[in-house]
Design a protein around this ligand. Sequence first.
Ligand code: GDP
Ligand code: MG
Length: 177
Amino acid sequence: DDESGGGEEYLFKIVIIGDSAVGKSNLLSRYARNEFNMHSKATIGVEFQTQVLEIDGKEVKAQIWDTAGQERFRAVTSAYYRGAVGALVVYDISRRSTFDSITRWLEELNTHSDTTVARMLVGNKCDLDNIRAVSIEEGTTLAEAEGLFFMETSALDSTNVKKAFEIVIREIYSNVS
Ligand code: GDP
Ligand code: MG
């Protein structure tokens, strides 16, 4: 329904999860500010960043949350997940252990949110193809088995970063509109 003058507004909370140092904070800073930090430390003070998109003439605000390094302690608080309607579950294609952790992150996500959450499996650091430890096929297979979208990204050279976030945002939008 349309209100005269303004139109509808949407606010979607999206969380980024995955092991320490897979590039979660840099994916967010690349998407929201087009910035990359080679020496980023685990803790970056920002809780979330908001991106505004227009979809079907509607204003859509994506409020994207970054862990403040809590994942080092193997669990993120339930407050982090509360109200989330989308999630990027990230591993590092050059570190096998981060891919092996994905199942556990998906379990945690499922515990704290309902199944309608739009979920994307993200294999980050695809610029490190020369030291790849997880094949594209393994990523694809896991994503298919778990019913997730899948994309390899690089926060370093920007490959697919915008695409990954926007596929999730558009999926959420199509679920609610
Ligand atoms: P987080 O702990 O998951 O938030 O990971 P960070 O965003 O802090 O990144 C951890 C390290 O990986 C930093 O040294 C980043 O510069 C580096 N990094 C992040 N994304 C990429 C990427 O796409 N490619 C490469 N080569 N390095 C990355
Ligand atoms: Mg971080």
